[in-house]
Design a protein around this ligand. Structure first.
Ligand SMILES: Nc1ncnc2c1ncn2[C@@H]1O[C@H](COP(=O)(O)OP(=O)(O)OP(=O)(O)O)[C@@H](O)[C@H]1O
Ligand SMILES: [Mg+2]
Length: 569
């Protein structure tokens, strides 16, 4: 059978595992390493290199090294590597290709399917970008799963008979997730997730870097920030210092010849105590209390009802984080799964669940939630007052997924012809204060007095955390829909539908479109005309976009059967 790779695509490191002989197995690369730096660089020959090799030359070639790309996934930002510009998806795809290739070498088999983990608090845009990265790497992404959920699966596999309420606290290189789950007889039910997609160990490093460079500046009057080589060394040293302070009380950061003054080399030589470090990061650590409280509140559980606090992610090794967790939760976190590997193990387990490879005794079932509130903007009457830009919630946060919810809305003006459909994510009552995921126009509303014509809007949130929005005019059945695309493609450009005639595949569908248009003209007002109009436009648009023939054939078939129905009537 075509096996499914489980992949943890992390901010700092990535891992890959596969289900085999009743358990998740980590796949090592040709150097027998299972933890791979999420770093991409260029070799002396200008070739792209990934992993430890790229990490090793960071200090020599900081300008030809890309790291922590996960922090900008789902944004429009790009990065430069040599002379080329890359999107975050493309850089992630290079990491995924590397993992895929060495997995194939190790397994002596081709693999084309994967489960990839993302932070629970990743948005729609960030999830889409991750799926796209998988595609670019030649992987069919069978499922996107949330990292804390994956870690819980790894725990669940070993403790299948437990009845426990679990709080997973996942603090990695770049992200924080807090997830509350209930486990009973092999069923893991996620109750709520909260978090912060831009808080992690990298921020601790940054605080140390800032302090070290301030001290250096105070002593030497030189700003290290202006020199990319010096900065790369400083960053490296800051991380080493942080990691050392997890087990030591103090650490000496020594960076010889980090700068020069009047031809004289200058070194940075600073000793940092754990106490100093803890003061630097205290506010970052305590900021994680809020997601904990939110996740507990949304799960309807108190701290006392949590039997297990499960720490995941490299940053949970920081003693202050452990102390904070113990105080906040009133119990010590218990590392019952490997904090670095539980997520990738869970991804492999999810792959096995999808492939039905789990044996009866291991029969795990997992349900997850949508961590964000999703809804649409409307105009509404509250107490006789007309309120514009009102956020009408369709999917409240922490609803179990997959979920599909519908709302009905009415025209607000006489003879209103069209309506703008919006999708927002957030918890503000005023829609526009929330994060706009996408919008589109639904036009062709038949002329009628205000409030007479109804529009249905349906939000469908799938197992991968991707939102699809459908809208239709109730009286005519005319439909429009979008799958919310990445931020960069949020706004659909206006399409000039007349261009379809010039499309490469137009000739095959010309007769059908003519026939449909004739019917549309002759029978305007028939109950299905809205649907017909929509399908014709869909087909034209697909032709203009030169969609693959499968999609075109599907649309043509839909159009054909609708025409047949209408001709019969
Ligand atoms: N012993 C340690 N003490 C303190 N921090 C550590 C230790 N070991 C690793 N870290 C930090 O943990 C972070 C990496 O953790 P991890 O590999 O779990 O993150 P990731 O999966 O790459 O990131 P994310 O899950 O946020 O995408 C880095 O910031 C690293 O410096
Ligand atoms: Mg991680």
């Amino acid at each position: 059978m075509d096996r499914i790779l489980g992949i943890d695509l992390g901010t700092s490191t990535s891992e890959v595992a596969i289900w085999d002989q009743g358990k998740p197995n980590l796949i090592p690369n040709d150097r027998n390493k299972v933890i791979i730096p999420s770093v991409v660089g260029l070799s002396d020959e200008g070739q792209v290199i990934v992993g430890q090799d790229a990490r090793d030359q960071l200090l020599i070639k900081p300008d030809e090294t890309v790291m922590e790309i996960k922090r900008i996934m789902g944004t429009n930002q790009t990065v430069k590597l040599g002379d080329e510009v890359y999107t975050p998806q493309e850089i992630s795809a290079l990491i995924l290709s590397y993992l895929k290739n060495y997995s194939e070498d190790y397994l002596k088999d081709k693999v084309s399917r994967a489960v990839i983990t993302v932070p629970a608090y990743f948005t729609d845009e960030q999830r889409k970008a991750t799926i796209e990265a998988g595609k670019l790497a030649g992987l069919r992404v069978e499922r996107i799963i949330n990292e804390p959920t994956a870690a819980a699966l790894a725990y669940g596999l070993e403790h299948i008979a437990d009845e426990t309420n679990i709080l997973v606290y996942d603090l990695g290189g770049g992200t924080l997730d807090v997830t509350v789950l209930e486990m009973f007889s092999g069923v893991l039910e996620v109750k709520a997730s909260s978090g912060n997609t831009t808080l992690g160990g990298k921020d601790f490093d940054q605080r140390l870097m800032d302090m070290l460079s301030e001290r250096f500046h105070a002593k030497n009057g030189i700003a290290l920030q202006d020199d990319s080589h010096a900065l790369a060394r400083l960053k490296d040293a800051a991380e080493a210092c942080k990691i050392a302070l997890s087990t030591q009380e103090e650490y000496r950061v020594l960076l010889p010849f980090i700068a020069a003054s009047q031809g004289e080399p200058l070194s940075l030589d600073e000793t940092v105590t754990r106490e100093e470090f803890e003061i630097l990061i205290l506010d970052l650590v305590t900021a994680t209390a809020e997601p904990i409280e939110n996740a507990l509140a949304d799960a309807g559980l108190t701290k006392d009802e949590i039997q297990l606090v499960l720490p995941i992610g490299g940053t949970t090794r920081v003693p202050l984080v452990q102390k904070f967790l113990t105080e906040t939760m009133g119990q010590e976190p218990r590392p019952l799964v490997d904090p670095d590997l539980a997520v990738v193990q869970g991804a492999a387990i999810q792959g096995a669940i999808l492939n039905k490879e789990l044996s009866g005794a291991q029969d795990l079932l997992i349900t997850d939630v949508c961590p964000y509130t999703l809804g649409t903007s409307t105009i509404t009457h509250i107490g006789g007052v007309l309120i514009k830009d009102y956020f009408d919630v369709l999917i409240p946060r922490n609803t179990t997924i997959p979920v599909s919810k519908e709302g009905t809305y009415y025209t607000v003006a006489d003879n209103q012809e069209q309506v703008e459909i919006t999708a927002y994510q957030g918890d503000y009552k005023q829609a526009s204060l929330n994060n706009l995921l996408g919008k589109f126009m639904l036009s062709g509303i038949p002329p009628a007095p205000a409030g007479d014509e109804g529009i249905k809007i349906r939000f469908t949130y799938d197992n991968n955390g991707i939102l699809q929005v459908d809208a239709s005019i109730i009286s005519t059945g005319k439909k429009a829909s979008i799958t919310i695309e990445t931020a960069s493609q949020n706004l659909e450009p206006e399409v000039d539908y007349n261009l379809w005639k010039e499309a490469p595949q137009a000739s095959k569908f010309r007769a059908l479109i003519r026939r449909a248009e004739r019917r549309l003209k002759s029978k305007a007002g028939a109950p299905q005309w809205g649907e017909l109009d929509g399908l014709i436009l869909d087909l034209k648009k697909a032709l203009i976009k030169n969609a693959n023939s499968e999609i075109l054939e599907d649309l043509a078939e839909d159009l054909n059967s609708l025409l047949y129905e209408m001709e019969e009537a």
